[in-house]
Design a protein. Structure first.
Length: 110
C-alpha cells in the first residue's frame, strides 16, 4: 500500500537525523586519522621544500656532496649505491605498475 505524503516526510526526517548522527560519529572517530594525515602533509611539505632548495642551490648541494666524499669516502660510496638501487627499484616498479594498468584497462599507450 502506498504511503501517504506525511508518512514519507516523517520517514525522510528520521533518515536525515540518522544520517546527521552518523556523520557526527564518523567525524569524531576520524580525529586521530586527521591528525596523522596532517603530520604526513607536514613531512611532505618539508620534503618538497628541501627538494626545491636543492634545485635552487645546485652549487651548495654539489659542495656538500664533495665534502662528504672527501671526508667519508666509504660512506659516500655506500650512499650512492643505495640511492642508485632505490632509483632503479622505483623505476622498475613504476614501469611494471603502468604496464599492468595498461593491460588491465585494455590500452596499449598511456
Amino acid at each position: 500500500m502506498a504511503k501517504s505524503l506525511a508518512e514519507l516526510q516523517r520517514e525522510n526526517g528520521r533518515l536525515r537525523e540518522r544520517i546527521g548522527a552518523q556523520r557526527a560519529a564518523l567525524s569524531h572517530h576520524a580525529t586521530p586519522l586527521r591528525n596523522l594525515l596532517q603530520v604526513g602533509d607536514q613531512v611532505s611539505n618539508w620534503v618538497h621544500q628541501g627538494a626545491d632548495y636543492a634545485r635552487q642551490h645546485p652549487m651548495t648541494m654539489a659542495s656538500i656532496a664533495l665534502l662528504m666524499a672527501l671526508l667519508r669516502p666509504r660512506r659516500a660510496i655506500r650512499l650512492v649505491r643505495r640511492g642508485f638501487m632505490a632509483w632503479r627499484t622505483w623505476r622498475t616498479l613504476r614501469e611494471w605498475t603502468l604496464l599492468s594498468l595498461r593491460q588491465y584497462l585494455g590500452r596499449s599507450s598511456p
